[in-house]
Design a binder for this molecule. Structure first.
Ligand SMILES: Cc1ncc(COP(=O)(O)O)c(C=O)c1O
Length: 382
């Protein structure tokens, strides 16, 4: 039937389909190996599936409490104490959400009012800027330097009287960079000189290969003004379950929950009960580092001899490759042509407001060894 559109007035007029949907669709269309989107192609632990099943069969199929199942929040409080030596109250300071993206949205919505500025560090995960704009805020983009490090003096120079929030992502998607202790100390210093809040996206907290993950939660001065966001989907190879959580001091959590209750109200009940049991065994998440390090090393050794240059990947399950010695084409064009040759990746310029293009592509190595081998063999022919 013909549709006659009324005037709608888009709130995100410059936003189209995300690059992840576009590249995945292109990969399907050309039957290419898909290393574009950030999800694993291997199964969730059968033990965890069994637990979900158990709780579904036991009848845990109705709404969970708004902030999440208390058993899970208690287990997370213990986990945070063990890992970061910080006390967070499970009742007032830990909130379970349907995925980290929704946690990010609700956190931004609670902090940002009309006209407030929020600093985003580019290249950045694509949900930050739209979430700021939807809440009437102004994203201020500061780029990582050429070595993908934060240039703290530059960042400081972009803070104005309107700056309300700084968003960091550590370990960092898409570059694979991890912050050092000295970065967190610079952040602490910056915070002491300003009144900004910190939103720390730590969904890859358990994938930090070279050094201990530096969480804002471990820094007493930072945690007072920080919201840290996590994703069970990333940790337990279950991105489709869309379950995450946020941790913040009670005065911030209170405001976030006011919003969250009307965005979703609550998250999947049976999965929360299952995770409450499952994460009591810390082996289930502490093993992730070695697991993904082996995948990263397999990918890197596979492309030795290719014409691509690999950036040192310190964390996450993404590897950046530079193709400067192969072509001077724009990265989107190069990535599109690469799909036609059989492999899908993500061009990095899309993560920059200014579309900065230094000829990098992102490859997700959270894939079966066979897929990694097939992909690296193909990359060696380019
Ligand atoms: C940096 C970053 N933050 C947040 C998310 C979203 O996590 P979730 O799937 O739990 O919403 C992703 C997913 O790719 C991510 O890479």
């Amino acid at each position: 039937m013909e549709r006659t559109p009324l005037h709608l007035g888009s709130k995100l007029s410059n936003t189209g389909d995300s690059i992840f949907s576009t590249m995945s669709a292109l990969a399907r269309q050309h039957n290419a190996l898909n290393l574009s989107q950030g999800f694993p192609d291997f199964d969730v632990s059968p033990k965890l599936i069994e637990l979900v099943n158990k709780y579904m069969k036991k009848g845990f199929n109705q709404y969970a409490p708004m902030p999440g199942v208390i058993a899970l929040r208690e287990a997370l409080s213990v986990k945070i104490k063990n890992l970061y030596n910080q006390e967070y109250c499970p009742i007032e300071e830990i909130t379970i959400t349907p995925g980290a993206t929704q946690a990010i949205y609700c956190a931004i919505s609670a902090i940002i009012n009309e006209g407030d500025e929020a600093i985003i560090i580019d290249p950045a995960y694509d949900s930050y800027a739209p979430s700021i704009i939807l809440n009437g805020g102004i994203p201020v983009h500061v780029e990582l330097n050429a070595s993908f490090e934060i240039d703290w003096p530059t960042l400081k120079s972009r803070i104005s009287s309107k700056t309300k929030l700084l968003i960091i992502n550590n370990p960092h998607n898409p570059t694979g960079a991890c912050l050092n202790k000295s970065d967190l100390e610079s952040l602490e210093k910056l915070c002491n000189e300003t009144d900004i809040f910190i939103l720390s996206d730590e969904v890859y907290e358990h994938i930090s290969f070279e050094k201990k993950h530096e969480s804002v939660l471990a820094y007493p001065e930072l945690m007072q003004r920080s919201i840290a966001v996590f994703s069970f989907g990333k940790v337990f190879h279950a991105t489709g379950w869309k379950l995450g959580y946020l941790v913040a001091p009670n005065y911030i959590t209170k405001e976030i929950r006011k919003i969250y209750q009307f965005v979703s109200f609550s998250a999947n009940t049976a999965i929360q009960y299952a995770l409450a049991d499952y994460i009591k065994n810390e082996e289930h998440y502490l093993c992730l580092n070695d697991f993904f390090k082996a995948k990263r090393d397999r990918f890197i050794s596979g492309i030795k001899g290719s014409r691509f240059d690999a950036v040192s990947c310190q964390g996450t399950y993404f590897q950046l490759l530079n193709y400067n010695t192969i072509s001077q084409e724009k990265d989107i064009l190069f990535a599109n042509n690469l799909v036609l040759k059989g492999i899908a990746s993500i061009p990095i310029s899309v993560f920059y407001k200014n579309k900065t293009d230094r000829h990098y592509l992102r490859f997700c190595f959270a894939k079966s060894d066979k897929l990694i081998d097939n992909a690296t063999e193909l990359l060696c022919t380019i």
